[in-house]
Design a protein around this ligand. Sequence first.
Ligand code: ATP
Ligand code: MG
Length: 445
Amino acid sequence: MRLTRYFLPVLKENPAEAQIVSHRYMLRAGMIKQQAAGIYSWLPLGYRVLRRIEQIVHEEQQKAGHIPLLMPTLQPADLWRESGRYDDYGEEMLRITDRHKRDMLYGPTNEEMITDIFRAHVESYKQLPLTLYHIQWKFRDEVRPRFGVMRGREFLMKDGYNFDLTYEDAIHAYNRHMVSYLRTYERMGLQAIPMRAASGPIGGDNTHEFLVLASTGESEVFYDSAITSLKFGDRVVDFDDRAECAKIVEEWTTPYARTDETHDVALFHEIPAERQKTSRGIEVGQIFYFGTKYSEPMGATVVTPDGNRVPVHMGSHGIGVSRLLGAIIEASHDDKGIIWPEGVTPFPVGIVNLKQGDGAADAACEAIEKALLAKGLEPLYDDRDERAGAKFATMDLIGLPWRITVGPRGLAAGKVELTSRRTGESEEMSPEAAVARIAEIYAGV
Ligand code: ATP
Ligand code: MG
């Protein structure tokens, strides 16, 4: 992508309304534009990151055997009357009346609707286990939308729902979600710690929240520092293997890690003093087992092997897809701008032409661009007629992890410069070597 043909409305000034760094940088880097309190347009750069995050979520969900579908944003109120939540949900629910005076709502979550789909089409235990999920916009009329996409009113969420015959089957589904989430967040360059949580209006006894440690987080968290050294890495997991999944869950849930809602002071003090940590955290996901809370009132039943009809055991599992952009920036930035992890970066690398209009420099940049494209890597090429300083400032602000700098002087010696956004370190090499290095870096991403 050539910057002169792109749409990247960067801001020079710090927007006054942004209180935290991720919100500030998302506005300054031209990623989002607020349209109403807690409602944003996703400008091209922000949209690219959002799509990357979605893609990772899809890939990891499907590896775990979960099946994507898409439910609508608008839902009939009658479904929510069946579960009893239409009245319970309160003012966070945006209620709408259509032209026929039917009560509708903009979905804050989808337990009722997915249960309705299930009961219409599933009859027998033989069709289980089943986990369906979607990535869809939600609306919650938050009292205090703030911090940009971190607490929006309209936000993108992955929400998945498991249907199982027995409690044990449902716990395996719960474990499968925890395991797949660990890998999902790591691919985004994040450490998200599963912490025991209290259930909210969605209900249920067995629940963990995934928290990214950050001083700007809204939750207060307590944990054993031992948990921060756990890495999921590249393990290949057999998601049908119950013991294997349970073992991974045990590994991550044995060290103490809780939000303030479930914090147990006595238990916390059993940890060696130097490992007792208190911090703030950003909730980027949550998993729940809630049994037959919806299947029973809504009649989502299956016929068992011995011919009885029983309500299915369910759980729901969410990832805050749009909130993740903010969380990643909170965890990865410096005073010049964002530092995207390779897994989610909008472009894998930026090309900076130090002397636009110079025949050799222009040709070298174009050749690098072409070579990267041939490897399936789309660079952002800053081909503006601008000072080097301004180009570097833009690249630093938008946070591409790698930059290739091309200038007539270096080219005379057959060299360009490859710079890491994270460390600031530069290395001179031939244009071909720079392309090869970028390809190597992204081969494992
Ligand atoms: P919170 O406690 O932050 O209000 P929640 O517990 O109500 O969130 P869930 O129902 O667990 O939210 O939704 C799943 C995920 O969706 C959350 O873990 C969070 O990452 C994301 N999310 C929830 N509310 C918002 C919001 N208002 N804006 C952006 N993301 C949100
Ligand atoms: Mg939650």
